[in-house]
Design a binder for this molecule. Structure first.
Ligand SMILES: *Cc1c(COP(=O)(O)O)cnc(C)c1O
Length: 397
């Protein structure tokens, strides 16, 4: 593998990086500074929705940069209204707040839930969150996250979270029984960092019903699983439900930093002027990226592509790996797939990279595939052709 000369002495030591520096990309291919080519099944962690150097996105962004990059929320940003209207149309919800990252979108959701409680006379509002959840790394969102590695060393954590297991409605009812302080249930439709763990459709429907009965907000973090990745605009739409609050980020701008909190009628009017804001949120460049990403996804039929190629990829993975003893489960939907192994397999990220494939391993033992939504069936076959022998060799099967 082409090595980048060791360390970065001046950046903080926050990431266990591979010794690779990517210099350019085209579609689902990227090249490092030494000219080595990779097939990109990571897409910048589910960010590069349209792949790299998309022929429709790049000129639009160049046009925007030449006009205005940033103006501040002292003024109207016309594309904020345009992107908000589009997200409202696609989600069946009503209003949007823009920010720049996933944790910021979740932070805003947590603030919405708390103020929803305070507005109803609940002084110590509590939010239901899930085992293995990941909501970000600010103090509030890492407190909502269900991973001790993320929390360790950063206490005291923010209080007001109740943690429950996935897909267990009785456990949710028991954990909240008689508790008048509960204001919201906060979940990922498919947990990403937690190991590609889907919520069952019936469970989502039951939670929606319970939230309606108890007047709780249903807040669905679609930062990773949303924006078409599963073959619908938002993964919860497979359950036919509509949340009250939906944080978005990652894929919404095809690589330009952007976050959004979409709210339905129960949550749309909670924030009043002065309650929330952010300097970069809704800036003209990010808004243009969001508007163009959705336009291109619609024009190019990328939802349908994600569903079709995702099913093809899952089928190929099942065929090549499903029978191995060391493969516990192959799960996920569309182009958000996980292959769980019976033992930790972090080493596979570098082995795959050596063999020209970019993937990630999450939750220690889940190979995660979250490529761009422009992936073709031939690309999917190539992913499996590189990955399957590595997994077999790793498992010794
Ligand atoms: C990545 C992620 C976040 C955090 O997003 P950042 O942009 O890294 O702050 C939050 N929730 C989910 C589900 C994510 O996958």
């Amino acid at each position: 593998m082409a090595l980048i000369e060791a360390a970065s002495p001046h950046t903080m030591n926050t990431y266990g990086r591979l010794p690779i520096a990517l210099a350019r990309g085209q579609g689902v291919r990227v090249w490092d500074v030494n000219g080595k080519q990779y097939l990109d099944a990571l897409a910048g962690i589910a960010v590069n929705t349209l792949g790299h150097n998309h022929p429709k996105l790049v000129p639009a962004l160049q046009d925007q940069i030449a006009k205005i990059i940033h103006s501040s929320n002292y003024y109207h940003v016309p594309n904020q209204e345009r992107l908000a209207a589009k997200l409202v149309e696609l989600s069946g919800m009503t209003n949007v707040f823009f920010c720049s990252t996933g944790l910021e979108a979740n932070e805003a959701a947590i603030k919405l839930a708390r103020k929803y409680g305070h507005d109803r006379g609940i002084d110590r509002p509590e939010i239901v969150v899930y085992q293995n959840a990941f909501h970000g790394r600010s103090i509030a969102t890492l407190s909502a996250t269900g991973n001790e590695k993320v929390q360790k060393g950063f206490g005291p954590l923010v209080e007001g979270f109740i943690r429950v297991p996935l897909n267990d409605i009785e456990a949710l009812k028991a954990a909240t029984a008689g508790n008048k302080n509960v204001v919201a249930v906060f979940l990922e439709t498919i947990q990403g960092e937690g190991g590609v763990n889907p919520m069952r459709i019936e469970y989502l429907q039951e939670v929606r019903l319970l939230c309606d009965q108890r007047e709780w907000l249903l807040m669905i973090d679609e930062v990773q699983c949303g924006m078409g990745r599963t073959g619908k605009w938002f993964a919860h739409q497979w359950a036919g439900i509509v949340p009250d609050v939906m944080p978005l980020a990652k894929g919404l701008g095809s690589g330009v930093p952007i976050g959004a909190v979409v709210a339905g009628p129960k949550a749309a009017n909670i924030f009043q002027p002065g309650n929330h804001g952010t300097t970069f949120g809704g800036n003209p460049l990010a808004m243009r990226a969001g508007v163009e990403t959705i336009r291109i996804m619609e024009e190019d039929g990328l939802l349908e592509n994600a569903a079709r190629v995702g099913a093809h990829l899952k089928g190929a993975l099942a065929r090549e790996l499903g029978g191995l003893k060391g493969v516990t489960e192959i799960r996920g939907q569309g182009l958000m797939l996980g292959v769980e192994l019976a033992k930790p397999c972090g080493v596979l990220t570098s082995r795959a990279a050596e063999n020209g494939l970019l993937i990630s391993v999450t939750a220690d033992n889940v190979i995660r595939l979250i490529p761009s939504l422009i992936l073709t069936e031939a690309d999917a076959d190539e992913i499996v052709a590189i990955l399957a022998p590595l997994v077999r060799e790793f498992l010794g099967e």
